[in-house]
Design a protein around this ligand. Sequence first.
Ligand SMILES: NC(=O)c1ccc[n+]([C@@H]2O[C@H](COP(=O)([O-])OP(=O)(O)OC[C@H]3O[C@@H](n4cnc5c(N)ncnc54)[C@H](OP(=O)(O)O)[C@@H]3O)[C@@H](O)[C@H]2O)c1
Length: 353
Amino acid sequence: MVVASGKKAVVVGGMGVIGRNLLRWLERNTDWQLVGLSRRPPDFPTRARFVSVDLLDRDQAEEKLAGLDDVTHVFYAAFQQAETWAGHDAPNLALLRNSVEPIAAVSKVLEHVHLVEGTKIYGSHLGPFKTPAKESDPPHMLPNFYHTQETWLRRFRQGKPWSFSALRPQTVCGIAFGNPMNLVVGLAVYAAISKELGLPLRYPGSEKAYRSLYQVTDSELLAACMHWCATSPAARDEVFNITNTDYFRWEHVWPGFAEAFGMKPGGVQTIRLAEFMADKAELWASMQKKYDLRPIPWKELVAWPFVDYCLTRDYDVMTDTIKIRKAGFHLCEDSEAMFARLFAELRAMRVIP
Ligand SMILES: NC(=O)c1ccc[n+]([C@@H]2O[C@H](COP(=O)([O-])OP(=O)(O)OC[C@H]3O[C@@H](n4cnc5c(N)ncnc54)[C@H](OP(=O)(O)O)[C@@H]3O)[C@@H](O)[C@H]2O)c1
């Protein structure tokens, strides 16, 4: 006889690249009741109940979350982009507080709050940093919104019966649309456009980035890890780095990408995709017709500045995952196999030809 677990999870930011893939993982691997929070309704099939809420509005958040009195787990993966790095602090702390505080106030069965942070806490976005970065390394000069969120959560958790955990993934790879940080869809659309134009698959980032070490985190592996954090005593009140565990140089994976798209690999030719993709909306619309692709609006397909960002890190980007492995989470993924799987998934979904 299967005994229902009685667990109920809220995924804050359920439309995001992390949130939607976590929902998918929880749907496939648990019997948990699921609730997603975001402003938009879901654009993918899900058994989660979505609550449309603007979490920057405290009154609205309290009103809409008042009924969540049987929530056992909160997974926080919302994000608000800002113009400057320091500008991320206030809105992202507000999103966290306005979701966690109302739920913690009404749910007496809350067991765990999980927070997603990122490698930028070590200053990976600022320039060369100590690699591989360890969880015990100090953050860069503040403000850093992950640090602000974690500091707040640690304090808020004091004296409460529930625990918290946090993960620091590096470049999350999964399928999502209409979000500011999504490398995989960007790579796939760039390749499809290059192919349509009869070009080889050139690396549009910088020469130094092409040869530097990089790491990524599969959104499916991340979802499994978030679940592990939320349910394992070894993760109680702990913070961990998480990546696929391997690392690579773009120069070595690029020929495989070209092969996946049936193209010749080109060398490095540095262009800013945000600039060179700006006039490709019409071309993409014609490709959508020609290849019977999903009519995802061009503006929602890819946020090019993030793709430029990932492909121009002129230094090694590496975090150390010993801590989480010693604590008992042992899943890993081959990044080249992950890219191939996600490109194939995008093709099967008719997002790319
Ligand atoms: N993506 C990566 O490669 C990556 C790597 C490392 C760390 N991280 C970190 O992981 C966290 C989640 O990132 P992500 O990339 O998954 O974010 P994302 O794809 O941009 O998703 C953000 C989610 O937050 C929701 N949201 C934003 N503003 C909201 C508001 N005012 N009220 C309610 N919901 C709101 C969005 O839905 P609506 O827009 O519909 O409201 C969406 O569901 C962030 O802290 C990010 O820095 C991301």
